[in-house]
Write a protein that binds this ligand. Structure first.
Ligand code: HSE
Length: 307
């Protein structure tokens, strides 16, 4: 068995418009790197975090909390040290905390000889994710661990469905450099919604899943609508309406808030289209004084990978 492992833990997009808290997909061009090694001393230590200022105390760090949950169950007679090379900005809306929470337990599971399946790994990672967002949801964790598009049918007990990825789909992300806390973005949501909106939303979610299975891009486009969450959260994102209009005018299949924001994602058919959507989104923020960065990515069907 190996004593050390280096992994790439990718960024992810949760909600995907019509699937609040249940739908997600995995990106490929942005993610964190982590090195995890066995130590003679039992327990978890985080020895290094580069990129962003995050706590080294494992009980206050999402990667540490999920790792502690896994070793409390596995009871190995050795411990682990974790190095985190963070590239995904915390609070960006593309699964920064999930990448850390999932990365540590994915790697420890590998070093233990894979005693746990991917659903169990996700379950441990949820303990870390809860520290960051205040609630145990798995819509960022599942695509990172399973790859591709995923649907979380239930969190208790945890049940994750891997959905097919049509091969021409590309994602564009624009990340305005403002910070939105997931807990705040959840706090502004109403607790009850009109039945007619719920009907629209579950019709779209079912249609989206069907479209992935049948490679039906026209249906995918019609289904990428969010009448539940986006109307409330979009007011936290400056110029959201213009970015959305620009992406759609340039051929995006659909566009909405990535996770809790502030990043906005678009899905497009083909790399060229995804790049013109990127240019159109950039042009909106280029006219403002808000700094931003963009990413274009294929959908990563592998998820976290060993480097
Ligand atoms: N589904 C979650 C939300 C993802 O939108 O609040 C962010 O953690």
């Amino acid at each position: 068995m190996k004593n050390e492992i280096k992994i790439f833990s990718p960024a992810t997009v949760a909600n995907v418009s019509c699937g609040f808290d249940v739908l997600g997909f995995c990106l490929d061009t942005i993610g964190d790197e982590m090195i995890i090694r066995k130590t003679a001393k039992k327990g978890i230590v985080i020895t290094k975090i580069e990129g962003f200022d995050l706590p080294l105390d494992p009980e206050k760090n999402v990667a540490g909390v999920s790792a502690l949950a896994m070793i409390a169950h596995a009871q190995p007679d050795f411990g682990f040290e974790i190095e985190i090379y963070k590239k995904i900005k915390p609070g960006s809306g593309i699964g920064s905390s999930s990448a850390s929470a999932a990365g540590s337990v994915f790697a420890i599971n590998e070093l233990l000889g894979r005693p746990y399946n991917k659903t169990q790994v996700t379950d441990f990672a949820m303990k870390g994710e809860a520290l960051a967002s205040g609630s145990e949801h798995a819509d960022n964790l599942a695509p990172g661990i399973f790859g591709g598009f995923t649907l979380v049918r239930s969190t208790m007990p945890l049940e994750i469905l891997q959905l097919p990825t049509p091969k021409d789909i590309y994602a564009t992300i624009i990340h305005p450099q403002i910070e939105i806390k997931t807990s705040d973005a959840r706090g502004i949501l109403p607790k009850e919604f009109p039945l007619k909106d719920a009907i629209t939303q579950w019709a779209n979610l079912g249609s989206f899943v069907h479209a992935l299975h049948t490679n039906d891009y026209d249906l995918l486009k019609r289904a990428l609508q969010d009448v539940i969450i986006e109307p409330h959260r979009s007011r936290l994102i400056p110029h959201f309406a213009e970015v959305k209009a620009a992406a759609l005018a340039n051929g995006a299949l659909g566009t909405s808030i990535s996770g809790a924001g502030p990043s906005v994602f678009a899905l497009s058919r083909g790399l060229e289209n995804a790049k013109s959507v990127e240019n159109a989104m950039r042009a909106v923020y280029a006219k403002t004084d808000i700094a931003f960065e963009t990413h274009v990515s294929r959908i990563n069907t592998e998820g976290i990978r060993v480097l």
